[in-house]
Design a protein around this ligand. Structure first.
Ligand code: MRU
Length: 355
């Protein structure tokens, strides 16, 4: 059985509470957009694709239960208000915003059709949200396969196994299944070409120690946990052949926002001549922004740094800065950007996605 961040059937949405992992594997019912917003904000569900999927499916559940309306105009307003609300839960990952734009367009278009009925529009919107789940898994499998193939051609053309390093959690728990950067690692493992993975603990929320480590152990993938500050020494001493991370937003020039700590890994990889890859679906690409400087970086509560598991670990009175993401400039993405449509250099990305 594979790990699932989300369990969905028409009218019912269950979300794995990732704050409880690895101690407890508990699913929580999400019956409204408001509940989804709270689960996303609290990081019970996290990871750019999973945030969008849970957001849209929570709306599908409300629509199935009859929310919105009566009347087409009221239904469309309800859908748009709900989507606008969901986008505010976490600002850096673009997937929810892209999905909101598309779902809102579907609502307007379907409601504008001659003879449109409330039931038909409702059904169309629910199907659209359900389709996201299937598409995300397929896209991740393509990312995994294309990424593994590219990486092996580049770093091990003569055959043999490779050791890689990853950051944060980009696996089944961050997506509808399989994962992006972790999907590439899964594909390498399936091909018998993965020697070892180093995963960083990913302070302050420990997505690496709690979630990636959990997924790797669950899948019997050979892996070792390191602290974030061990990235350079791991690259220097552990024969790391590539660094692969996910993305919350890739902009037109290839600059990429991802979990804080990604930037320093990219600098370190460049110093060591190790290719640095970003694996992300097209839904994480935002060509409306020219450079990474335009990306809004979420800042999270200071308690994430000052406490661990409810126990205060920082000296009382100390000031705290807690940006949740950082931006890796495109020059440091030396391996490429792995999408479901192919692997592109940051320079090629915009043309590849618009042609
Ligand atoms: O704060 P999080 O846990 O939502 O951050 C997650 C990441 O930064 C991931 O690398 C990114 O969302 C890609 S998940 C496929």
């Amino acid at each position: 059985m594979t790990l699932e961040s989300v369990r969905y059937s028409r009218g019912s949405l269950l979300v794995l509470d990732q704050l409880l992992l690895p101690q407890e594997c508990r699913y929580e019912a999400v019956t409204s957009v408001r509940q989804a917003w709270e689960a996303i904000r609290a990081m019970k569900v996290r990871g750019a694709p999973a945030i969008a999927i849970v957001g849209c499916l929570s709306l599908a559940v409300e629509l199935q239960a009859g929310a919105g309306g009566p009347g087409l105009e009221a239904l469309v307003t309800f859908v748009q208000d709900s989507l606008n609300d969901l986008v505010t839960a976490r600002p850096t990952a673009v997937n929810m915003a892209q999905a909101a734009r598309e779902m809102s367009e579907v609502a307007t278009r379907e409601a504008g059709r001659e003879g449109a009925t409330e039931d038909a529009v409702r059904e169309r919107l629910i199907c659209w949200a359900e389709h996201m789940l299937e598409k995300d898994i397929k896209d991740n499998q393509s990312i995994g396969d294309l990424g593994a193939q590219h990486l092996l051609e580049r770093v091990a053309p003569g055959g043999g196994q490779v050791t890689v390093l990853t950051h944060c959690n980009t696996g089944s728990l961050a997506t509808a299944g399989y994962g992006t950067a972790l999907g590439v690692i899964r594909s390498l493992h399936a091909l018998g070409r993965l020697k070892h993975v180093f995963c960083t603990e990913t302070r302050p929320n420990n997505q690496g120690a709690r979630l990636t480590a959990y997924e790797l152990v669950y899948e019997n993938i050979p892996a070792t946990l390191i602290t974030d500050s061990m990235g350079a020494t791991a690259m220097a001493h552990k024969d790391v052949k590539a660094v692969i991370v996910g993305a919350d937003r890739v902009v037109a020039n290839g600059d990429t926002a991802n979990k804080v700590g990604t930037y320093q890994l990219a600098i370190t990889a460049k110093y060591h001549g190790i290719p640095f890859y970003v694996a992300a679906p097209v839904s994480s690409c935002d060509l409306s922004l020219k450079t990474g400087q335009e990306i809004v970086i979420e800042e999270r509560p200071s308690q994430e740094l000052t406490s661990l598991g409810g126990t205060r670990i920082a000296a009382p009175g100390i000031g705290v800065w807690n940006p949740s993401f950082d931006v890796t400039p495109h020059e440091l993405i030396t391996g490429g950007i792995i999408t479901e449509r192919g692997v592109f250099s940051p320079k090629e990305l915009q043309i590849a996605l618009t042609s």
